[in-house]
Design a protein around this ligand. Structure first.
Ligand code: BMA
Length: 311
């Protein structure tokens, strides 16, 4: 059974616009990683222009966060990045690799939505590295290890022929990406039939890389965003071992059902802990941040024991 596979924290939402010391309208779709003794959250906020920036909050326990006095990343004004960030920076993901934190985010502009890469070592100074996709990409998550010397990422290009599917690509230097393959499609007449996209950067388990992704179902009342899990081979992340047939989280709390965009749970980050649990962070209704915990073995079990039939 998948009931309550994710245990919601009793004091959700954990971060809202009331907690931010500068004016924002939302706090959502945040990356979270451990850095030394701290949990660092990079969250997306809408401004009153409707455009987004990225803020930072810190926590010692992963539940109670305090926002820094200033935003962490705002749209670039005068570099190669500026024409592509004009409408905002959105939905960050963070991966720790070789002593650095790699930050991928959506760069939104009149030229479309594409992916940018930035780096930090200390979450105080951040450096933009490159734009790493063309337009109509979102949701890039980088694996925390290399494979045969290459970096690997999951991402979500979109086209009419292969709508909103999950792909994998590889890179020798984080800038030039290739060897792309489509590895997961929306599943017809399932909870994720309209769109799927990578959520949290995958983390390692004994049985494979666990990827928490989002899936979208279209209803007469608009779209519903839910979360699901897939397990990728440890040596060859392009090979999917199993995809849970059921979702692990759907909008149920009042702040997930109602908000800036209703019926949305959307993850950009999860923190595996040494006790075998994982903290999963999600934006509720594109408005507030929430957290819940799951047993990693339950999530892996769903992929293996309740996986979809291979096609
Ligand atoms: C997606 C992205 C996410 C957002 C979701 C629900 O397309 O824009 O940032 O959380 O829609 O509105």
């Amino acid at each position: 059974m998948t009931a309550n596979i994710v245990r919601r924290y009793a004091h959700n939402p954990i971060l809202t616009k009331a907690d931010i010391p500068y004016p924002v309208e939302t706090v959502h779709n945040a990356a979270v990683v451990k850095h030394g003794d701290e949990y660092i959250m990079l969250f997306r906020s809408h401004l009153r222009t409707g455009r987004s920036i990225i803020g930072l909050a810190r926590s010692l326990d992963g539940f109670q966060f305090t926002a820094d006095p200033e935003p962490f990343l705002i749209p670039a004004r005068d570099t190669y990045f500026a024409p592509y960030e004009e409408f905002g920076v959105e939905d960050p993901r963070v991966t720790h690799l070789d002593g650095e934190y790699l930050i991928t985010y959506s760069a939104y502009s009149r030229n479309g939505v594409r992916i940018a890469l930035a780096k930090t070592k200390d979450f105080r100074h951040v450096e933009r590295v490159s734009l790493i996709s063309e337009a109509d990409y979102r949701n890039v998550v980088i694996f925390p290890e290399r494979f045969g010397g290459l970096y690997a990422r999951l991402d979500r290009p979109h086209s009419e022929i292969a709508p909103w599917s999950i792909w994998i690509s590889f890179s020798p230097d984080l800038i030039f990406w290739g060897q792309s393959q489509l590895i997961m499609r929306p599943e017809q007449y399932h909870w994720d039939e309209m769109k799927i996209g990578p959520g949290a950067p995958p983390f390692k388990t004994d049985q494979g890389w666990l990827s928490i992704y989002h899936g979208v179902f279209q209803t007469m009342d608009g779209s519903v965003y839910r979360l699901g899990v897939a397990l990728h081979d440890l040596e060859d992340p392009a090979r999917i071992i199993g995809v849970s047939d059921s979702w692990i989280l759907q909008p149920e709390a009042p702040w997930e059902i109602t908000g800036y965009v209703h019926n949305v749970v959307f993850t950009c980050g999860a923190v595996p802990e040494v006790d075998g649990t994982v903290k999963i962070y999600w934006g509720g209704a594109d408005t507030v941040m929430c957290v819940g915990e799951a047993n990693i073995s339950d999530l892996v079990g769903l992929c293996i024991d309740q996986g979809r039939k291979p096609k």
